[in-house]
Write a protein that binds this ligand. Sequence first.
Ligand SMILES: Nc1ncnc2c1ncn2[C@@H]1O[C@H](COP(=O)(O)OP(=O)(O)OP(=O)(O)O)[C@@H](O)[C@H]1O
Ligand SMILES: [Mg+2]
Length: 349
Amino acid sequence: MVPNGREAVSPETLLQIRNLKTYFQLPEGLVRAVDGVDLEINRGQILGVVGESGCGKSMTAMSIMRIIPPPGEIIEGEILFHGYVNQDATNLQEVVDLASFQPNDRRVRAIRGNQISMVFQEPMTALSPVRTVGSQITEAITLHRQVNKVEAREIAADMLDRVGMSNPGDRLNDYPFQLSGGMRQRAVIAMALSCQPQLLIADEPTTALDVTTEAQILDLMRDLQAELGMAILLITHNLGVVAEMADEVAVMYLGKVVEQTDVDSIFYAPKHPYTKGLLSSIPKLEDALHGDRKKLQTIEGMVPSPYHQLSGCSFHPRCSEFIAGVCDRVEPALIQLEEGHSVRCHLYA
Ligand SMILES: Nc1ncnc2c1ncn2[C@@H]1O[C@H](COP(=O)(O)OP(=O)(O)OP(=O)(O)O)[C@@H](O)[C@H]1O
Ligand SMILES: [Mg+2]
């Protein structure tokens, strides 16, 4: 991959992130939250992003949306968005590098909440507690679409209907506190989809919900994805959710994508030792049934302190296939193993 080259891209490509670095300069030191992320998402695809806590999943999402909390900022890299300018997805806009503008630039605001929208773990992050659900969704619609208030309310009611809320016309008048957690998350999804985004970013959208509601919300997201054709960047801790939902998977470790490929290859032919470790940490049903907790493997060691930069491959202190003199000295590049399978590991160089 040429870092700054403009090689021919497939018409399927929707978003390309290249060498993205988002750092926080704190009094305690420099946190490299995102430290050279490379990612690709195709149109209409569900990309699962997995990795242990603190590896930079949320900061990658917030970098795309340009909503990084201060003092965090993008210091390097590209976020190339190949969107359409019109709603019927025929007229391709010029490629926009979202990383190259100020967070509040007109071109970013035109895309954020419109062509790219986001759903958070906690629905109240996106909803104001003091305004009705209807006024919040219609505002999101009128901000980006050329419709009047009455039309916007009709679109809002239609979206609430699509996300499975009964009596959507009445629900528009509800305040968020009048809805259950699952219904609030449905309302947030309705709001996020009301402008027909080409990319929906969902950051642990079901982690705060019980398992039954989680299953319903995931079903809903998959149905809406099939119906509306948007791509979804789905951030989750849960490999079961990935297996069920994702077409493609990106595995992150310490601010970098260490492996990206299709969902079957991740589960049946993982290459990176970190990916293998994550997979072997899934408890097997038969072991759990026999109460055999010893078999439950986890990856050895802990995620190192974010202030400390490791030389070589950042996974080397925990890696079972560590090669002394190489892995602790040289940073591995992201290499293409075969069509559509990339890995950042010296074992394959
Ligand atoms: N507001 C902030 N100020 C300073 N550092 C931050 C801030 N938000 C995140 N970080 C740091 O950036 C790194 C990446 O965090 P991020 O929230 O992206 O992780 P994550 O993969 O989403 O984790 P989780 O699975 O727990 O949600 C971590 O080291 C974290 O401590
Ligand atoms: Mg997170």
